[in-house]
Write a protein that binds this ligand. Structure first.
Ligand SMILES: N[C@@H](CCC(=O)N[C@@H](CS)C(=O)NCC(=O)O)C(=O)O
Length: 207
């Protein structure tokens, strides 16, 4: 039994998708840094950064989406989250690391610019957000150029990388940007969206 701390329209949606593909039982606890309550106190205890997704696994706590998805892929080899082929899996792990260290990190800057520039005024913060948003969109273009190939990207049979890309691309205008700048990749994300497990979670989150 797993316990997933998360919130609507947050990155915890990707872990819900993954846990469902694993056939794993889990309990959801509504928790986030932006909503006070019992869940937030629990989150603070488990993850000093107070970020979701945070997953309680038998014997420990996991944070960081790439680590959570990799752990689930290894623990549930039949889930299809990670390929059994070493070369394909290497590209999938690269995609997960790319998504979290580039795209997801830019979202943190866009959402909380004051954490990077604590003394800045509103104009400077607006400029930082605009710059981070433009950087995010170029990071998505590079993701499409590098990973949209048959070894790394399987929209018809989504695994960990497709799931995380599906969720992280919901934010900060990424889908709208890709629709015009990388239409084929955008169309492949729509294929991921239509997978029954993914579609159900997207709907539950109001996407
Ligand atoms: N590096 C983390 C980032 C997680 C993250 O930034 N989560 C957001 C929600 S989507 C969050 O909890 N932000 C609240 C905060 O930073 O205060 C991961 O890969 O899972």
């Amino acid at each position: 039994m797993f316990t997933l701390l998360g919130a609507d329209r947050s990155g915890s949606a990707a872990i819900e998708m993954a846990l469902t593909l694993c056939g794993a039982e889990y309990r959801r606890v509504v928790a986030s840094s932006w909503e006070a309550g019992a869940g937030q106190d629990e989150l603070k205890r488990l993850n000093p950064l107070m970020q979701v997704p945070t997953l309680v696994i038998p014997g420990g706590v996991l944070t960081e989406s790439a680590a959570i998805l990799t752990h689930l892929g290894l623990a549930f080899p039949l889930s299809g989250l990670l390929s059994q082929d070493a070369l394909e899996r290497a590209q999938q792990l690269r995609a997960l690391a790319y998504l979290t260290s580039n795209c997801y990190a830019s979202i943190g800057l866009i959402d909380y610019p004051e954490r990077w520039l604590p003394d800045a005024g509103p104009d400077q913060l607006d400029r930082l957000v605009a710059g981070a948003r433009s950087k995010l969109h170029s990071q998505w273009e590079v993701f499409s150029d590098v990973f949209d190939n048959p070894v790394a990207w399987r929209p018809e049979a989504p695994g960990a990388a497709e799931i995380l890309a599906c969720v992280v691309s919901q934010w900060s205008g990424a889908r709208e940007h890709l629709r015009t700048s990388r239409p084929e990749f955008h169309a492949s994300l729509v294929v991921v969206d239509r997978h029954p497990v993914i579609k159900a979670v997207l709907q539950r989150h109001g996407w």
